[in-house]
Ligand binder design. Structure first.
Ligand code: HEM
Ligand code: HEM
Length: 218
């Protein structure tokens, strides 16, 4: 990865706010989800279910707004740049990512020394972020299907998958997919994107880290 200066335009404030909301709602949904699955520690089932119901709406709403913002928001910039383009462009196919997935995997497995050149996000990041949208949609469907208030609407689907218990099991399995992929996201963002951390969490730009090069002038 290039030792460029990070810019606020890479992750403008709406992206930062939404990233926080996603992080907090995922943490609460996973914690309360485990509790609902099998109670532990302090708190009551009523409290945990209430929290789960509040944050499931936060998660879904933020995901919708995030997609809306990607297309119709103020845009975001490529690394090191202050020039904003429509944010969705960073998540789509781009010539810079061609043939990169395998090379990135090799790099992560220590089979190659240098990070392959990439667009703002590498192919695996793009894939992960799109996969999460799919998982959020699946959690919404399986979740509303087991929620007594909305279960009736999903009855045909519940019947199709093999009943309420099976639907619940899928909701639980998908949580694990979230946990595994988020663990990778956190690990890689610390191992590979540590300079991005102050930016994505607080909008703080990090300076030039490469001792051989001049301070950024922008
Ligand atoms: C402790 C937890 C987390 C850490 C340390 C973290 C860190 C980061 C970092 C450093 C980036 C910027 C990557 C880059 O610019 O190359 C990023 C982007 C992103 N993260 Fe996280 N993240 C965390 C949790 C989450 C969670 C729970 C979600 C979603 C459910 C999430 C979704 C995203 C998405 C969609 C992006 C793409 C950029 C954007 O939306 O602005 N992250 N994360
Ligand atoms: C996105 C919208 C979501 C909806 C509508 C939803 C809804 C629900 C409902 C209605 C229950 C059953 C509560 C009860 O019977 O008392 C439940 C349980 C659960 N939820 Fe969610 N939820 C959502 C998201 C999530 C997410 C993102 C996770 C974790 C990543 C999660 C993890 C769990 C777990 C583990 C359980 C317990 C399932 C079991 O008993 O095995 N949920 N959820």
């Amino acid at each position: 990865m290039g030792a460029h200066h990070t810019t606020r335009e890479e992750h403008p404030w709406p992206a930062i706010v939404m990233h926080w909301l996603h992080l907090v709602s995922m943490a609460v949904l996973i914690y309360t989800g485990f509790y609902i699955h099998r109670p532990f520690g302090p708190g009551t089932m009523d409290q945990m279910r209430t929290l789960h119901f509040v944050f499931m709406f936060v998660l879904i709403l933020v995901a919708i707004v995030r997609v809306y913002w990607a297309f119709l928001g103020g845009g975001s910039a490529a690394p090191g740049s202050r020039r904003k383009v429509a944010d969705w462009r960073h998540f789509g196919r781009s010539p810079e990512n061609k043939g990169q997935a395998l090379e990135t995997v090799k790099y992560y497995l220590f089979l190659r020394k240098t990070h392959p050149r990439t667009a703002k996000y590498n192919t695996l990041q793009k894939g992960t972020y799109m996969f999460w949208l799919l998982l959020i949609a699946l959690q919404a469907v399986t979740g509303f299907a087991i929620w007594s208030n909305t279960a009736a609407f999903f009855e045909p689907l519940t019947y199709l998958v093999g009943g309420h218990i099976v639907m619940r099991m899928w909701h639980y399995i998908i949580m694990w997919l979230f946990i595994i992929t988020t663990a990778v996201h956190i690990y890689l963002s610390v191992a590979e994107g540590v300079r991005q951390l102050p930016l994505i969490f607080a909008g703080v730009e990090s300076g030039e880290k490469d001792p051989d090069s001049r301070p950024a002038s922008a």
